[in-house]
Ligand binder design. Structure first.
Ligand SMILES: [Fe+2]
Length: 256
């Protein structure tokens, strides 16, 4: 598998704190069948200082050495979609493997006015935005038509693996999104070996059981591989009409 979202660079955010933890997390990923991981530290997250290019590259080199060829690690970032994003587009290390795909997350619990314009602007410059964990965003949960709108615009969407392993109703919602063509890949969003560890194998099995082996392969292997190689996604189905999407009535107890 290819994991496009992982906080494996030490000491930058709420991910791993030390090189030893990076190594341990890398070993867990290898155990899960991951061959390439994208290191995605937070950028423009108000809780953490945005790392410089040198800070990212130095840590990437050290983790790469520590993993000793057992796991391929490439650079990327999890970038908050704020207007300042336009000022960092020359920083190739925040794009996945230096290509055109950019992992973005919405700031806070709202979708700010102008979000569509900002995304259009990015895409007009050749950026391919991947929306990180839409299932964790209250507005998108309450109104998946917004997510459908972003996907129709040309954005992609990535689920965190644990959402496929939670309560039955949660699984039903995100599996419905997969069937509706809203989701393009699943990633670990792993943070530390013990806290928010990677759970890709169990998530893969869940998708395989619910949606079939082709879709599981597409979401965990083929699309992530294309993203890392900066190619068109082989699996990007048409989005189902909005009326077929699962509604937002579960929002209140998603987090309970
Ligand atoms: Fe993350």
């Amino acid at each position: 598998m290819i994991d496009i979202h992982c906080h494996i660079l030490p000491g930058l955010d709420d991910g791993v704190r030390t090189l030893d933890e990076s190594r341990a997390l890398g070993e867990l990923l290898v155990d899960q069948g991951v061959t390439t991981v994208v290191a995605t530290p937070h950028v423009f997250d108000i809780r953490y200082r945005t790392p410089s290019g040198d800070e990212i590259m130095n840590r990437w080199l050290r983790v790469k050495e520590a993993l000793d060829g057992r796991l391929n690690i490439v650079c990327g970032a999890e970038v908050r979609l704020v207007p300042e994003i336009m000022t960092v587009l020359d920083r190739r290390e925040i794009f996945i493997n230096g290509g055109r795909y950019l992992l973005i997350e919405f700031p806070g619990e709202l979708i700010p006015h102008g979000t569509e314009n900002l995304l259009f602007e990015l895409m007009s410059l050749g950026v391919r935005p991947i929306i990180a964990h839409p299932e964790r965003h209250p507005r998108l949960l309450a109104d998946p038509d917004r997510l459908a709108g972003f996907v129709r615009m040309g954005c992609y969407a990535q689920l965190d693996a644990p959402c496929l392993l939670g309560k039955r109703e949660r699984r039903r919602v995100v599996l419905g999104w997969i069937r509706a063509g809203l989701i393009h890949c699943v990633a670990s969003d792993a943070h530390r070996p013990r806290w928010r560890p990677p759970k890709l194998i169990a998530a893969y099995q869940e998708v395989e059981k619910a949606c079939g082996p082709e879709i599981a392969r597409a979401l965990f292997i083929e699309n992530p591989q294309a993203i890392v190689q900066d190619e068109e996604l082989p699996f990007a189905p048409a989005v189902e009409p909005a009326r077929k999407l699962v509604g937002g009535w579960w929002r209140r107890w998603w987090w309970t």
